[in-house]
Design a protein around this ligand. Structure first.
Ligand SMILES: Nc1ncnc2c1ncn2[C@@H]1O[C@H](COP(=O)(O)OP(=O)(O)OP(=O)(O)O)[C@@H](O)[C@H]1O
Ligand SMILES: [Mg+2]
Length: 380
């Protein structure tokens, strides 16, 4: 393939040279293509080539010859016709590129195309929109319920002490759900902002599991049997006991919520074969999770349809928080489940005695759920 040297250069500083250095200084995610009157590429910056799928060494060739996308050709045609700037989106699965073509009154350069990658920006916009929708939805249900109960009380139910007492109890319950959700949201944003460091220490699995003690009465109330199964050679874990306790509590609380009476919940711990990691498993014999739901389970606000119907049971934030916390420890969390055959959540954490964990780099774009991962905790 010919290179830009095949384009004859005018004397002095050539336009392509100027444009090339301009292209090299554009921000990342931005590219530039300059064309002559025959749609021959004078310069295509590296970013532009990537974003528009143009081959390396395309300079000096016509756009049509190098397999340029028809939508790009149309934008350029439109700008030539209109003799004005024309901007369009080129959307492909997983990528959104905005191209802006404008005519250039120059004897060699006849049109320029600025290209920018808007994939991430659009995804963030969608995440923010979904977030606001979800928060409003989650708040609307309890607020409506509270309003109705207050109205009924005002209309006379206050004079019926038994009815009034029930309503006030329901109101207190709804307020409790709302404040739990607000707390969870604050927790998530603190985690994501990386403001609060993790307090790493060596902690025994026994100590970690004591965090679930306070859920045992609830399990008993629902006739569920909870068994702890800690292998004798399980090493200590390197982590923040408070945060990890919170993760385990959410997993066990979920197991309690989604297991019908007389089911079993097992919390097990054992060392991984390499000895550097500890595996914690929370299994239940409950309703399980549909295969199509498994990839979404750690998204914030995600709830299975069946749990969505039970308003007030939770806001779908617990597992999102759990994932952030575990990953900030350099660990991982996963789930195995079959509908009606229970679910098992597997948390892997670094064993104490190893190097301090390095949290994975925050990369919101890796989230196929479209959720922004944010910056994990900073290690002390
Ligand atoms: N052990 C489980 N068995 C079956 N489904 C589960 C289990 N754990 C979680 N789920 C499903 O995943 C959803 C998300 O769980 P998550 O812990 O994030 O939220 P939640 O428990 O609904 O609310 P929150 O934890 O914020 O109070 C649940 O609503 C439920 O549909
Ligand atoms: Mg939960």
């Amino acid at each position: 393939m010919a290179t830009s040297s095949s384009v004859p250069s005018p004397p002095g500083v050539s336009a392509p040279l100027l444009l090339r250095s301009l292209g090299a200084h554009l921000e990342s995610g931005h590219g530039l293509v300059a064309l002559d009157a025959n749609d021959r590429i004078l310069v295509a910056s590296q970013e532009a080539r990537q974003l528009l799928d143009l081959p390396e060494g395309c300079d000096g060739h016509r756009l049509g010859e190098v397999g340029a996308d028809y939508r790009l050709l149309r934008v350029i045609d439109a700008c030539r016709h209109a003799e004005a700037a024309v901007e369009r989106e080129i959307a492909d699965p997983g990528r959104l590129v905005v191209v802006k073509a404008f005519p250039v009154p120059h004897k060699r350069v006849s049109a320029m195309v600025l290209v920018r990658d808007e994939t991430r920006l659009r995804r963030l916009e969608r995440v923010r929109r979904d977030f606001v929708t979800n928060v409003s939805h989650e708040l609307r249900t309890p607020i409506t319920a509270i309003r109705l109960m207050v109205e009924t009380l005002e209309k006379g139910a206050l004079t019926q002490p038994e009815v009034a007492r029930q309503f006030v109890q329901r109101i207190a319950l709804e307020v409790g759900h709302m404040s739990q959700m607000v707390e969870e949201l604050l927790e998530l944003s603190t985690i994501e902002s990386g403001d609060r460091a993790l307090n790493f220490e060596s902690v025994s699995v026994n100590d970690l599991l004591s965090a679930v003690d306070r859920l045992l009465p609830l399990a008993e109330e629902r006739s569920l049997e909870v068994t702890l199964d800690i292998a004798g050679d399980t090493p200590q874990v390197l982590g923040d006991p408070r945060r990890l306790g919170q993760v385990l509590r959410n997993l066990v609380h979920n197991a309690i919520k989604f297991t019908p009476p007389h089911g079993r919940i097992t919390v097990a711990a054992r060392p991984r074969a390499d000895g550097h990691r500890v595996e914690l498993r929370v299994s239940d014999t409950g309703i399980g999770i549909r295969p199509e739901d498994l990839p979404r389970i750690f998204e914030r606000f995600w709830k299975a349809d069946s749990s969505r119907q039970r308003d007030g049971e939770g806001s779908g934030l617990g597992l999102a928080i759990a994932r952030h916390v575990v990953e900030a420890h350099g660990g991982s969390i996963s789930v195995e489940s079959e509908p009606r055959h229970g679910a098992t959540f597997i948390v892997e954490l670094p064993a104490a005695g190893d190097e301090a964990p390095v949290p994975p780099p925050s990369d919101a774009d890796d989230d196929d759920d479209g959720e922004e991962a944010g910056t994990p905790f900073t290690t002390p």
